[in-house]
Design a protein around this ligand. Structure first.
Ligand SMILES: *[C@@H]1O[C@H](CO)[C@@H](O)[C@H](O)[C@H]1NC(C)=O
Ligand SMILES: *[C@@H]1O[C@H](CO)[C@@H](O)[C@H](O)[C@H]1NC(C)=O
Ligand SMILES: *[C@@H]1O[C@H](CO)[C@@H](O)[C@H](O)[C@H]1NC(C)=O
Ligand SMILES: *[C@@H]1O[C@H](CO)[C@@H](O)[C@H](O)[C@H]1NC(C)=O
Ligand SMILES: *[C@@H]1O[C@H](CO)[C@@H](O)[C@H](O)[C@H]1NC(C)=O
Ligand SMILES: *[C@@H]1O[C@H](CO)[C@@H](O)[C@H](O)[C@H]1NC(C)=O
Ligand SMILES: *[C@@H]1O[C@H](CO)[C@@H](O)[C@H](O)[C@H]1NC(C)=O
Ligand SMILES: *[C@@H]1O[C@H](CO)[C@@H](O)[C@H](O)[C@H]1NC(C)=O
Ligand SMILES: *[C@@H]1O[C@H](CO)[C@@H](O)[C@H](O)[C@H]1NC(C)=O
Ligand SMILES: *[C@@H]1O[C@H](CO)[C@@H](O)[C@H](O)[C@H]1NC(C)=O
Length: 676
């Protein structure tokens, strides 16, 4: 396929860095009342009380703050803990985990908000957010799909030229999924993103109609994405099909097995257009909890389709907010009553025990096993939990537990502006000229987990609380439920230890001191610690990871703000280090003396995309300097190497970088990112 486009000058979104308050006084939008609630809420938080503010805006920007649970009684919460750790991997460590373990699942219907408008108009904050992760991991895996993939149809064009359109009137099920039509431009957009950041994509093949599989997304996905396409999901939560009216009420695991086989047959029949690679990228069964995965394995699924299965998958949210979100009539969970369930290690461990047979089976069969779609609660998450610091700590624990229990990846779901659990949310489209993005708690989880697992692809994770008592000092005290500890071994040696203290206690009396007994050879006598912090688990926004933040609602262009703060802790001896874990916080302890700054602990060099960026596409290998000079009224330059916007803006030296686009011969040309 050859596509030649005329020389074009295309603007990426212009997000102006300016004060939110100034914007409000200029625009007088309904956001103003939300922001006053925000101000009231943060004032209330500072004074230790919560507001029951009458927040009426979009769920993704809800400013109402819950009350953090009171600290546990001192008698039930030991604050002096001793761990016995060995340099060699301890019993029951996980299989080696890839750097890209923590990924994202983006609901197909919102890609035009989150990723970009089209292949040439990419969301710069998204690129920056991904660049931060790429620096740590070298690669990010993202799934585009969800309930909306099942009825999505690839069309040649849409009436108004958009890459994606919804038929809102056609929503049929409890999660009110609108049918979608999309154009190949959506796939070119993914491809273009991958030219900037090493993102690999999972797509989903529509599965609503087994007599007429619509394979165009697989055909075009392979042709356009090439090796950036890594998986094709066949059936999203098939165990919910009957309930949602997408299949007869008797639909069971054997029926799914048969439908999966029918899909493979359809792909084989389409090989002339499809080629053979997509047949080997299939992902299933992606069940929720109506069927157990074991019921699917019992059909002989893995052996029957082993040639085709690139990944085994499940999807799981530990709870749901469907009663409140969709008025289903079921009892509504009041977030204030259940916040403690997201501040409990037991509540993380419990739901995942369902998969212990499955992960062992996957290892035996040599298949990766993905948590393909997850987050704190389905149907949008819980306001006050999913969108507060609670969600950040929970996300770290949930992802690390998935790693420790031999999942091979975890994709955290990104919904639209009507959900609470987003790792990142763009502003409403009509406000994008004066509002920036909102970076949510699970994005911070992604940063922490990415650094904890690191870039080597060799990391083995162990939940120290749920490993045998042998790991603790002889007179050990079992870790309380609100305290979490994971060990991470890299290349066969203990490299990092991650702690979480879920307690909020403004008196500091619930700060924990962990004594780590070590047997590291060549130990340098000190360790580096990075903290994930907020004053309380109820706080919304302004969390810090190693001192850097992405601010509150509408405040981020995707680049961290502030100087990185890595603390050096001098150890008591060559075999014993004391680490403080404040209440609340997560603490990542680097046993290497460089606090994760070693070249070999980084995934890729830091790249930042400034908030004003222009992409120029030409069908020649080099770029016309006169176009550069006049493109946006300034001389273009890409500045890289800084994590702080101020530093980037003030950098005297600028660097012009050309990214040569070689797109399998399809698209000749050069793309230039230009920064003002
Ligand atoms: C891409 O989207 C932008 C913003 O909506 C628009 O200005 C531009 O014309 C679009 N480009 C193409 C090729 O559709
Ligand atoms: C993006 O995709 C379009 C095709 O839609 C292509 O013309 C262009 O070269 C790509 N690259 C960039 C950086 O826009
Ligand atoms: C599947 O979805 C497509 C697109 O919405 C629709 O045209 C088709 O009728 C559906 N098929 C079935 C069997 O529901
Ligand atoms: C905002 O959050 C509060 C506290 O969790 C919740 O009670 C309220 O329903 C939410 N409001 C909206 C509009 O999402
Ligand atoms: C993960 O897999 C490893 C290697 O097979 C095994 O030793 C370990 O017990 C497993 N862990 C869990 C929690 O199943
Ligand atoms: C943006 O659109 C929403 C929904 O239509 C509306 O409530 C809001 O007032 C609009 N904002 C601006 C700044 O026009
Ligand atoms: C880790 O694995 C990825 C593929 O997932 C690969 O691109 C990368 O080079 C590997 N990193 C190392 C350090 O081997
Ligand atoms: C290892 O895992 C097995 C199975 O989960 C468990 O029975 C055993 O106690 C664990 N051993 C240690 C030392 O943690
Ligand atoms: C808690 O500890 C912090 C930092 O160590 C200190 O600044 C603060 O004053 C302490 N608060 C109380 C109530 O002791
Ligand atoms: C976050 O910090 C900024 C800058 O200190 C402040 O203006 C804003 O009110 C804070 N937001 C919240 C939600 O605490």
């Amino acid at each position: 396929m050859t596509t030649k486009r005329a020389t074009t000058l295309l603007l990426l979104p212009l997000l102006f860095v300016q004060s939110i308050h100034a914007s409000v006084s200029i625009y007088h939008t309904p956001q103003q009342s939300q922001l006053s609630v925000a101000a009231a809420a943060s004032a209330a938080a500072a004074s230790g009380t919560a507001t029951a503010g009458p927040y009426v805006g979009l769920a993704a920007y809800n400013t109402t703050i819950l009350n953090a649970p009171p600290p546990p009684a001192a008698s039930t919460f030991p604050t002096q803990i001793t761990l016995q750790l060995t340099d060699a991997p301890m019993l029951n460590v996980s299989i080696p985990q890839k750097s890209s373990f923590f990924g994202f699942s983006i609901e197909m219907s919102v890609v035009n908000q989150v990723l970009g408008k089209n292949a040439s108009f990419l969301q710069v904050p998204f690129l920056n957010l991904m660049a931060n992760l790429q620096q740590r991991t070298g690669r990010i895996d993202i799934r585009v799909g969800g309930n909306t993939q099942e009825t999505a149809t690839l069309v040649d064009s849409t009436p108004d030229g958009k890459i994606l359109e919804k038929d809102l009137a056609g929503a049929t099920n409890p999660t009110q999924t609108p049918p979608l039509v999309f154009t190949a431009e959506l796939l070119y957009m993914l491809r273009n993103i991958s030219e900037h950041i090493n993102i690999r994509w999972h797509l989903g093949v529509p599965f609503n109609d087994t007599s007429n599989f619509r394979l165009a997304i697989a055909e075009q996905g392979q042709a356009i994405l090439g090796d950036y396409l890594i998986g094709l999901q066949v059936g999203n939560e098939p165990d919910l099909y009957a309930q949602h009216g997408h299949r007869p009420s008797t639909y069971g695991p054997q029926d799914y097995f048969n439908d999966f086989g029918a899909m493979i047959q359809a792909m084989k029949a389409d090989e002339a257009k499809l080629t053979t690679r997509p047949e080997t990228l299939l992902i299933g069964p992606s069940v929720q909890v109506i069927w157990t995965p074991d019921e699917v394995w019992d059909t002989g699924f893995i052996d029957a389709y082993t040639e085709n299965l690139a990944f085994l998958s499940v999807e799981r949210y530990p709870s749901d907010n469907c009663a409140a979100a969709f008025n289903t009539g079921a009892p509504i969970h009041n977030p204030q009553d259940i916040i403690g369930e997201y501040l409990s290690h037991g509540a993380v461990v419990g739901p995942l025990t369902l998969y212990s047979d499955s992960t062992a089976l996957a290892i035996q069969k040599g298949k990766p096993f993905l948590m393909f779609e997850t987050n704190s609660a389905s149907c949008g998450g819980f306001p006050g939990i999913s969108d507060a610091f609670t969600g950040a700590l929970w996300g770290v624990d949930w992802a690390m537990q998935l790693a420790a229990t031999n999942f091979t990846g975890a994709l955290f779901h990104v919904g639209g502006q009507s959900v609470s659990y987003n790792p990142f949310t763009p502003p409403p489209t009509n406000e994008s000229t004066f509002h920036q993005w909102t970076v949510g708690p699970t994005y911070y989880s992604a940063l922490v987990v990415s650094e904890a697992i690191g870039a080597s692809n060799t990391s083995q994770v162990l939940d120290l609380q749920h490993s045998a008592a042998a790991v603790f000092a002889p007179n050990f005290t079992p870790l309380p439920d609100q305290l979490v500890a994971y060990g991470i071994w890299e290349n066969g040696h203990l490299a990092r230890v991650l702690y979480i203290n879920y307690v909020t206690d403004t008196t500091n009396q619930s700060d924990v001191t962990v004594t780590m007994n070590l047997d590291q050879p060549n130990f340098q006598g000190n360790v580096q610690v990075k903290y994930l912090r907020a004053p309380t688990v109820a706080q919304k926004g302004n969390y810090t990871w190693a001192g850097q933040t992405f601010g509150g609602n509408f405040q981020s262009d995707g680049r961290p703000i502030g100087n990185e703060d890595i603390q050096t802790v001098a150890c008591a001896s060559a075999t014993q280090c004391l680490i403080k874990v404040p209440a609340p916080a997560a603490a990542l302890v680097f046993l290497s003396p460089t606090g994760g700054q070693d070249a070999d602990q980084k995934g890729a060099p830091q790249t930042t995309f400034a908030t004003t960026a222009v992409t120029i596409v030409r069908n020649t290998a080099s770029i016309d300097p006169s176009v550069l000079a006049t493109s946006n009224g300034r001389s273009g330059a890409l500045q890289i190497g800084s994590t702080s916007p101020e530093a980037t803006k003030n950098a005297a030296a600028t660097l012009r970088v050309g990214l040569t686009m070689v797109m399998g011969g399809m698209l000749g040309g050069a793309a230039w990112l230009m920064m003002a």
